[in-house]
Ligand binder design. Structure first.
Ligand code: MRU
Length: 343
């Protein structure tokens, strides 16, 4: 079964509702930018690269009905961009994608062509995402070898992107290239992207794996059962500090203590050159119900206080390398990131 997070049919953006996985495969047809905003905000689609591409199509769906006078068009398009950007705050791919669409429209001379050009750009971004992720897999798999066990958190596979995934692409390519690759996937409380989505993708790809709860990771590492950790990213600051799913930082600290290499895998579009460090990355705080409930059932007493940050920041010193679609970046990241962005 081919797992696809989104598909544009020329008129409608079809989004696979990831909230219902792995049990139900429900198509959510998005006909307007509002539908796309809802799909991103309510996490029907999630994962940094996937929401970027969805937002690019959202820009087209909004632009489709705008008047052709260029000045008005751009003013309205900017509003659509800001609206879509507000769907989720942490993953920079969202703003990166809407900005790229906006700039393409701004540069275009012939206002009759505007809508066509926006659609072409969104389609190009979809295609590029798959190509970039494939390259991440190629570069990242060079860091592994026969018999390795790779630990990962959250979902970074085809569901979180257009195809292949980011950290998942490294895992998949390693599995294709080497003998006896195994995976340990963290369930990723509270939203359970690991248990619901990564387990589904690993199973579909026939990659041998064990699912663990997040708090088992230290013990498993202490038993020499892990050769490397690979995670995705929602935003990488220009010094390499990385925002990713809550629990990533804990995993990086544990990996350092156990002397296990810790890698971040992400396309260039996840790097935010405008921020100096992770301190500037906004962290999404989500509904407390996600913590007080599990699988729709209340598990904690009523009337209690809850923290629910959806992401954390892993400082650059805990990261051994950043695997991108343009190669593997080493420390010092401030320099290697600057160099790679020039290419
Ligand atoms: O809240 P989510 O599910 O959107 O968070 C996703 C992650 O943290 C992923 O690791 C990240 O977006 C990289 S996905 C290729």
């Amino acid at each position: 079964m081919e797992i696809r997070s989104l598909k544009f049919d020329g008129e409608v953006l079809h989004i696979l509702d990831q909230r219902r996985l792995p049990f139900e495969f429900i198509d959510v047809p998005c006909k307007t930018e509002k539908d796309v905003w809802q799909a991103i905000n309510k996490m029907m689609i999630r994962g940094a690269p996937a929401i970027g591409v969805a937002a690019a199509y959202g820009m087209y769906l909004g632009a489709k009905n705008l008047p052709l006078k260029k000045e008005t068009f751009l003013k309205e398009l900017k509003k659509i961009k800001e609206y879509l950007d507000s769907a989720r705050p942490t993953a920079v791919n969202l703003k990166w994608a809407t900005q790229r669409i906006y700039e393409v429209a701004e540069k275009n001379k012939d206002s009759k062509e505007l809508k066509k050009i926006i659609l072409q750009e969104a389609m190009a971004m979809e295609k590029e995402d798959a190509e970039r992720n494939y390259r991440i897999g190629e570069y990242g798999s060079a860091l592994f070898k026969d018999n390795d066990t790779i630990m990962t958190i959250c979902n970074t596979g085809a569901l979180a992107t257009v195809a292949y995934g980011t950290a998942f692409s490294v895992i998949k390519r390693s599995f294709e290239k080497y003998k006896n690759i195994k995976v340990i996937a963290l369930e990723t409380r509270p939203y359970l992207q690991g248990a619901r989505l990564t387990a589904l993708e690993l199973k579909e790809a026939h990659i041998p794996f064990h699912l663990i709860t997040d708090n088992m990771s230290g013990f498993i590492m202490s038993k020499n059962m892990v050769n490397g950790v690979v995670v995705g990213a929602d935003r990488i600051a220009s010094n390499g500090d990385t925002a990713n799913k809550i629990g990533t930082y804990t995993l990086a600290v544990l990996a350092m203590y156990h002397k296990i290499p810790f890698y971040v895998a992400a396309p260039i579009s996840t790097i935010d050159p405008d921020i100096a460090s992770g301190e500037e990355i906004p962290i999404e705080e989500r509904n407390p119900d996600e913590v007080t409930h599990c699988g729709g059932k209340r598990i904690a007493p009523e009337g209690i206080k809850v923290y629910n940050p959806a992401f954390d920041i892993t400082p650059n010193r805990l990261i051994d390398a950043i695997i991108t679609d343009r190669g593997v970046l080493k420390k010092p990241f401030t320099e290697s990131i600057k160099e790679i962005l020039k290419k």
